[in-house]
Ligand binder design. Structure first.
Ligand code: TXA
Ligand code: MG
Length: 310
């Protein structure tokens, strides 16, 4: 007879992640877009920890991640027909909907607003975690505020290290750019952030034009807020101009690294910016893509990465 009962239950990573969430901890988890820094959306202390670790102003609301589209009714008071259509067409997927929030949604999640951002991610590991947890997980991208979003677990380890209670490693993110955000809270839908679902696809589904409007608080024209920024300065140029711009910067004695149009493919953009930082770039010269399809989201992130730093 064996001396011990060997059937000690071993928690899977998914069960462990759900347990950390239940106890108010922070879990970094993979999605198809970027890694998220998740906490129980119903626990105000856990939400507070997200803002503290990220260094993010509390007025910037968080997206609540759900395991299924059926859960929307628990988090939003009304879902317009067009929003339903997008849910049916694109969830699970890289699309976040801004809807009028239900009573249960914590003020800390919404930054005090009457609306809530909801999405069902298209990633096996994320869905398994959400279904095991059986409730909403509030999560921003798992990077320090203003910096480049993480597209693999190593990026999260490098950025946040011991500040996260558990990191679920689901490999590299397939899309590599954040979700598209569509706001349904003010009547006609508008895009607040271009992302993984293209504007063209959404317009075709809704059979209407979707304007793109910057999200967040009031912006001073021409002074775009710096975001998605590597350590090095970012200089944008047209694709043909790149080599000359990089050469001119090097002639001034600057360590300039030129990215190729391959480096700025949606799935590679963030890793390329991090790599250039790692290679000691002072300036990263980046060709801007044409602004249609996923190029709209790439150009949006690059403009914010190139915006004046605070
Ligand atoms: O792909 C994504 O969306 C990733 C993954 C982790 O899901 N998440 C992400 O979260 O990019 P974050 O926090 O880095 O960006 C979310 C954006 C912020 O700009 C925030 O202001 C906006 O969504 N947002 C969230 N809730 C909102 C609301 N109620 N009204 C307006 N904007 C909102
Ligand atoms: Mg982010």
């Amino acid at each position: 007879m064996p001396p011990y009962n060997c059937s000690v239950p071993v928690l899977t990573d998914i069960q462990r992640a759900a347990q950390v969430l239940r106890s108010g901890g922070l879990v970094a988890f993979p999605t198809e877009t970027v890694y998220g820094l998740g906490a129980d959306a119903d626990n105000p202390h856990a939400i507070e920890a997200i803002f503290r670790v990220k260094g993010r102003p509390t007025t910037h609301p968080l997206i609540v991640h759900l395991g299924s589209g059926d859960e929307v009714k628990d988090w939003a008071v009304s879902v317009p027909d067009e929003a339903h259509l997008l849910i049916q067409t694109y969830w699970p997927g890289p699309l976040t909907l801004i809807l009028r929030r239900a009573q249960r949604v914590q003020r800390a999640v919404t930054g005090g607003q009457d609306t809530v951002g909801l999405r069902v991610p298209d990633h096996k590991v994320a869905l398994a975690m959400l279904r095991e947890f059986r409730s909403g997980v509030a999560a921003p991208s798992a990077n320090r505020f203003g910096r480049v979003s993480p597209t693999c677990a190593d990026h999260v380890r490098q950025d946040l290290g011991a500040d996260v209670d558990f990191i679920l490693d689901g490999g590299p993110c397939a899309v590599g750019l954040e979700s598209t955000i569509v706001d349904f809270s003010t009547g006609e839908p508008v895009i607040l952030r271009p992302g993984g679902v293209t504007r063209e696809a959404l317009q075709e589904t809704l059979r209407q034009a979707l304007p793109v409007r910057p999200s967040g608080s009031v912006r001073v024209p021409g002074q775009m807020e710096s975001h998605y920024a590597p350590r090095a300065a970012v200089v944008l140029c047209s694709p043909g101009e790149g080599p000359a711009r990089a050469a001119a910067l090097r002639a001034e004695g600057k360590r300039a690294i030129l990215l190729s149009t391959d480096d700025t493919a949606p799935g590679r953009l963030y890793a390329s910016l991090r790599r250039a930082d790692g290679e000691g770039a002072e300036v990263i010269v980046v060709p801007l893509p044409e602004e249609f399809g996923l190029g709209l989201a790439v150009a949006d992130r690059l403009r914010k990465a190139a915006a004046p730093r605070p």
